[in-house]
Design a protein around this ligand. Structure first.
Ligand code: UT7
Length: 323
């Protein structure tokens, strides 16, 4: 048995912050941000929480799938920015959607979190441990970033995406996942709530609590490791590169995605992107993009989709599945 996607959903806050809005907070400009990242805007929470956004995305996925929430066996929620450590956001979602038979837990692999959770769900299903899994990526990155650091605050946005997997006969799902803790220092973060940082004195100590990133190191890591892991999964599955219909990659930076396409010598048209609108929503980028593709009519039964995520840890993972 494999987990077939039978519903997708997403939620992004209505509140939008443009590059010009950011230029009023830090020394930056629209041209620099677009040229270096491809990002034009980001949606930022305005009263929403991570679990609220996750619950909204889950409701939409459920509605599309036609599945009764009580049929869900497990909720896997990938996040690194939930406002609460416990109860975990997955349990909050369980409550919101009435999935009373489901077990739920959160999983943190930063921006790689959704692909890691998707792979875990596939393993649960193929082992016969469960039939119906709700996989979510949800983030309030605006609570994590240092809004005085132009090197990072321009990159991130908030949102959630959800996918429902149902056990079915079908082509096997192929996957790979890796971590390199020795390089973890390239991207670190401790969560704090917005109401806290607004009160902090500007003595520099605040920054210890937010995201720290060596942008170029992360960029180089992504451009090297993403093509490698895609090739690893292709080789393991005996699939040719040209058989893949879409490469649904973590939406961190347009230049990273273009570089991966070049390295794989593959048409950039097979790499859908939406980071111009949402920026990097960490674990939520892949499911938000999948939902947009699904609802936009881009996805047809039998198409081969390669997802890949990368981020803090350092972590990276990929999954090849049929729609
Ligand atoms: O999910 C994974 C999350 N992380 C990532 O995806 C990060 C991957 N890395 C990147 O996307 C890129 O490294 C960045 C977009 C973060 C930075 O782009 P870059 O081309 O590596 O720029 P840089 O850090 O080398 O900075 C170039 C210049 C510097 O000025 P000087 O030293 O040349 O005078 C920076 O101070 O650009 C300056 N700069 C900015 N200027 C305007 C840095 N940030 C900004 C900014 N606006 N926001």
């Amino acid at each position: 048995m494999v987990g077939k996607v039978c519903g997708t959903g997403s939620y992004v806050p209505a509140h939008v912050m443009s590059n010009d809005d950011l230029a009023r907070i830090v020394d930056t400009n629209d041209e620099w941000i677009r040229e270096r990242t491809g990002i034009g805007r980001r949606h930022i929470i305005d009263g929403e929480t991570t679990s609220y956004m996750a619950g909204q995305a889950a409701k939409k996925a459920l509605e599309q799938s036609g599945i009764d929430p009580e049929e869900i066996d497990i909720i896997l929620l990938a996040t690194s920015s939930s406002e609460t450590v416990y109860p975990c956001a997955a349990c909050e979602v369980q409550k919101m959607i009435g999935a009373k038979h489901a077990a739920g837990y959160d999983l943190n692999a930063a921006c790689t979190g959704f692909v890691m959770a998707f792979n875990a769900a596939q393993a649960y299903i193929s082992a016969g441990f469960c039939r119906t899994v709700l996989v979510i990526g949800a983030e309030s990155m605006s609570n994590m970033v240092d809004w005085t650091d132009r090197g990072t605050c321009i990159l991130f946005g908030d949102g959630a995406g959800a996918v429902i997997l149902r056990a079915a006969e079908g082509a096997p799902v192929h996957m790979a996942a890796h971590s390199d803790g020795k390089k973890g220092v390239a991207l670190t973060g401790l969560s704090r709530h917005r109401k806290d940082w607004e009160k902090e004195p500007e003595d520099g100590s605040v920054k210890e609590s937010f995201i720290h990133m060596d942008g170029q190191a992360v960029f180089k890591f992504a451009v090297r490791k993403v093509p490698e892991i895609i090739e690893e999964v292709l080789e393991e599955s005996g699939t040719g590169l040209d058989e893949i219909d879409y490469f649904v990659l973590h939406q961190a930076n347009r230049r990273i995605i273009e570089a991966v396409a070049r390295r794989l010598k593959t048409d950039i048209g097979k790499f859908p992107m939406n980071l111009e609108e949402y920026a990097n929503t960490s674990a939520a980028t892949v499911p938000i993009l999948l939902d947009e593709m699904n609802r936009g009519g881009m996805l047809k039964k039998g198409q081969k989709i390669m997802t890949a995520g990368f981020g803090a840890g350092l972590t990276w993972a990929a999954s090849l599945f049929e729609w």
